[in-house]
Design a protein around this ligand. Structure first.
Ligand SMILES: Nc1nc2c(ncn2[C@@H]2O[C@H](COP(=O)(O)OP(=O)(O)O)[C@@H](O)[C@H]2O)c(=O)[nH]1
Ligand SMILES: [Mg+2]
Length: 322
């Protein structure tokens, strides 16, 4: 007998594509690479631990650091896996030596910029190989947290120099470190001054407003984020007891600073921004803006090296991604 035929207007099912994609990407897992930059002692390691430590399930690299050896003297990447509700995030934290650690601070940023470019270069090389891997390991730095000294006055000349270099190659998110050393009023005034300085020097930070890809909702979210920047944050690896409850915080002689209390600091805003609202966009922007700029520059250089117009130059083996 005939099987009952499916009517032509029956359900086709391509609307499940979002679930199909979701299922695949959850299985594959996600990769997020964060770099921390700033002077030694500003609380970079502490903040990273405050942000992610509670969800950590696996770490590779330098993780069992004791206080003595925790000062970073070279660029180090530590890879973690964090998990929440069955979703796995591979997190690479790139720690950089602070300024003031080296005898010569003049070009302390050069190794940082080089590191970022090296990751782009490695990715491009893999992309160009004939036997392409189906999934290229992504070590490109998606977000650079830039730590500002809580002076309450202004940025340091070195901040301007380093920021100018960084924004050309990576998404930079500025934070005012150890914000507990400033009053709420001091923070507001400091932020204003910092933003005026950044504008004066044409330092364009993430999230960028010139992207046409954003819809109205995203644009509104981004402008509210921009008003908050730089996030004034406090980090801590210890718990304190407040009203009988153990919370992450810092005990001072005058009381406790509760890291996750938004009346105390903007840690929660930073964490939401990094993990809830902008993670995917940071990854995409890295790929579509920063990596794309790097890639087209490299390919142009390559084209220039082999085009007839470069006949004047002696034919040399060209190594574009050295
Ligand atoms: N007051 C205050 N101290 C902090 C804060 N974050 C870290 N510290 C302290 O500052 C010191 C240096 O922190 P660390 O994370 O090692 O700084 P890094 O050199 O930038 O990685 C440690 O003694 C921390 O306990 C903060 O938000 N407020
Ligand atoms: Mg450190």
């Amino acid at each position: 007998m005939f099987q009952e035929q499916t009517p032509l207007n029956a359900y086709v099912g391509f609307d499940t594509i979002t679930q199909q994609i979701e299922k695949k990407s959850i299985k594959r897992g996600f990769q997020f690479n964060v770099m921390v930059v700033g002077q030694t002692g500003l609380g970079k390691s502490t903040l990273v631990n405050t942000l992610f430590a509670s969800h950590l399930i696996e770490s590779k690299g330098r993780h069992n650091v004791d206080e003595l050896d925790r000062q970073t003297t070279r660029i180090e990447a530590v890879s973690h896996v964090i998990e929440e509700n069955g979703v796995r995030l591979r997190l690479n934290i790139v720690d950089t030596p602070g300024y003031g650690d080296q005898v010569n601070n003049e070009d302390c940023w050069e190794s940082i910029i080089k590191y970022i470019k090296d990751q782009h270069s490695a990715y491009l090389r893999k992309e160009l190989t004939a036997q392409r891997e189906r999934l290229i390991q992504d070590n490109r730095v998606h977000c650079c947290l830039y730590f500002i000294t809580p002076s309450g006055h202004s940025l340091k000349p070195i901040d301007i120099i380093v920021l100018k270099k960084l924004v050309q190659v990576v998404n930079v998110v500025p934070v005012i470190a150890k914000a507990d050393s400033l009053t709420i009023e001091e923070r507001a005034a400091f932020k204003k001054r910092i933003n005026a300085e950044l504008a004066f020097h044409n330092i364009d930070l993430y999230p960028y407003d010139n992207t046409e890809d954003y819809d109205d909702e995203e644009r509104m979210l981004n402008s509210s984020i921009r008003e908050l920047l730089p996030f004034a944050v406090v980090g801590s690896e210890k718990q304190v007891v407040v009203n009988g409850k153990a919370v992450i915080g810092r005990k001072t002689r005058w009381g406790a600073v509760v890291v996750e209390d938004e009346n105390h600091c903007e840690f929660i805003h930073l964490r939401n921004f990094l993990t809830r609202t902008h993670l995917q966009d940071l990854v995409e922007t890295t790929s579509m803006v920063h990596y794309e700029t790097f890639r087209s520059n490299q390919l142009l250089a390559l084209k220039g090296a082999v085009s007839p117009s470069s006949e004047a130059a002696p034919a040399k083996a060209f190594t574009p991604f050295a």
